[in-house]
Design a protein around this ligand. Structure first.
Ligand code: UD1
Length: 366
């Protein structure tokens, strides 16, 4: 029987941890899973709503860390997590994704000699100005078991000298959650509440510091979005970081009058219902590039690079960067094209990744 601590810290972690936790609970003779919430995200809309929608119980341990600069947040997670690790002495700690909670908990484990499994290992944007890229590279360097979503990730890890015996291609566990909840999300009333019909709106998400923290960059993006919204209304659930910047820069009035509807962040099911009916998605999120690929929804990624190239080569994703003309022209081209783009679902994005992750943990040496 393996005791596993599952680390969940920020919004994009929760839909990755949920299917793994559920699978471990089903295999109760083999696993004892405990959920550790670091508290990196703490607003009800950024955290509790996801636990509820995903059917996860309250975390077994809550570190209550909260926001801070990178150093403060990472250090606080480490000092709060260390005594938990010493008390529980798990066989493995499983970290997911690339947020500060991922590297902070992995680093504590490495120093105390606890085995680390990293889910979503090996993704690389090759852009070290992204805090997530630093978190990814460092977590992979110290993890014992690297569980990957795509074969390009295996190649990235091999190129960094990580031995093949530590790497396992298991597929995309976030898609387990997507496929499990797609039907359930049909009960969401979000489209009715917003008064919108399928295929008659676009969805926007934006929260990368590189896009929203600098006035000139954000303003250029807003210019392009306002033009797009004149052709197709844009629904914009606004991340707290972005909300603060919109207020600081005074963009809200202009966006609203152009047809961009700023709404509060949505829970997992409401958001799924929203993007699954969109004609177009514009985003700088990592996860949404993958979710739109699986559902065949055109996605414009407002970044110059992506750590998820398979969403471009196989899926529906296009990188448009932050140049207003490029964003506008690519969106208009996507909206006027009558043919839907060919796409395919990447290998092992099949709803069974959690089972494969559990199998790999069972066969790995403690
Ligand atoms: C974090 C992750 C990012 C992920 C994103 C998803 C890191 C380095 N970044 O970025 O990879 O894509 O989550 O949302 O780990 N805030 C609230 N309420 C909350 C959480 C945050 O108001 O529940 C505000 C705070 O003002 C905080 C700011 O948002 O300072 C940023 O939060 P933080 O967790 O530092 O980074 P994110 O931008 O959310």
């Amino acid at each position: 029987m393996k005791k596993i601590l599952l680390i969940a810290g920020a919004r994009p972690n929760f839909m990755k941890v949920a299917p793994i936790y559920a699978e471990m609970k089903r295999r109760a003779a083999e696993f004892v899973p405990l959920i550790v919430h670091t508290g990196q995200h703490y607003d009800a809309a950024m955290s509790d709503a996801f636990f509820d929608d995903l059917g996860m119980p309250k975390p077994d341990i809550h570190l209550g860390v909260g926001s801070g600069t990178h150093a403060v947040q990472t250090a606080k997670i480490m000092t709060e997590f260390e005594p938990v690790l010493l008390e529980h002495r798990p066989d493995w700690v499983l970290v997911v994704g690339d947020v500060n909670s991922t590297i902070a908990c992995a680093l504590v484990c490495a120093k105390l000699g606890t085995k680390i499994a990293h889910v979503e290992a090996g993704l690389r944007s090759r852009d070290r100005t992204m805090p997530e890229e630093v978190n990814r590279v460092l977590t992979d360097a110290i993890a014992d078991l690297l569980l990957t979503t795509s074969q390009d990730a295996d190649e990235n890890l091999a190129a960094e000298g990580i031995p093949a015996e530590r790497i396992r291609f298991v597929g995309n566990v976030m898609i387990d959650s997507l496929l499990e909840h797609l039907k359930i999300a049909e009960a969401s009333m979000i489209r009715n509440e917003l008064g919108i019909n399928e295929n008659e709106y676009a969805v926007l998400t934006l929260h990368r510091p590189s896009n929203v923290d600098h006035r000139e960059v954000f303003e250029g993006i807003v210019d392009a979005l306002c033009d797009i919204a004149e052709r197709l209304p844009i629904i914009f659930p606004v991340h707290p970081r972005t909300r603060a910047k919109i207020e600081e820069f005074g963009f809200a009035g202009r966006m609203a009058s152009a047809g961009i509807r700023l709404i509060d962040p949505l829970g997992y099911l409401d958001f799924m219902r929203l993007y699954s009916g969109a004609k177009l998605v514009l985003t700088d999120s990592g996860g949404l590039q993958e979710e739109t690929t699986v559902l065949g929804i055109p996605c414009l990624t407002l970044r110059n690079n992506t750590e998820r190239p398979i969403t471009i080569t196989m899926g529906t994703n296009v990188l448009v960067g932050t140049d207003p003309d490029k964003i506008r022209d690519t969106a208009f081209a996507a909206l006027s094209s009558s043919e839907s783009r060919e796409f395919a679902v990447p290998p092992l994005w099949d709803g069974k990744a959690a089972a494969r992750i559990c199998d790999e943990l069972l066969s790995a040496q403690d």
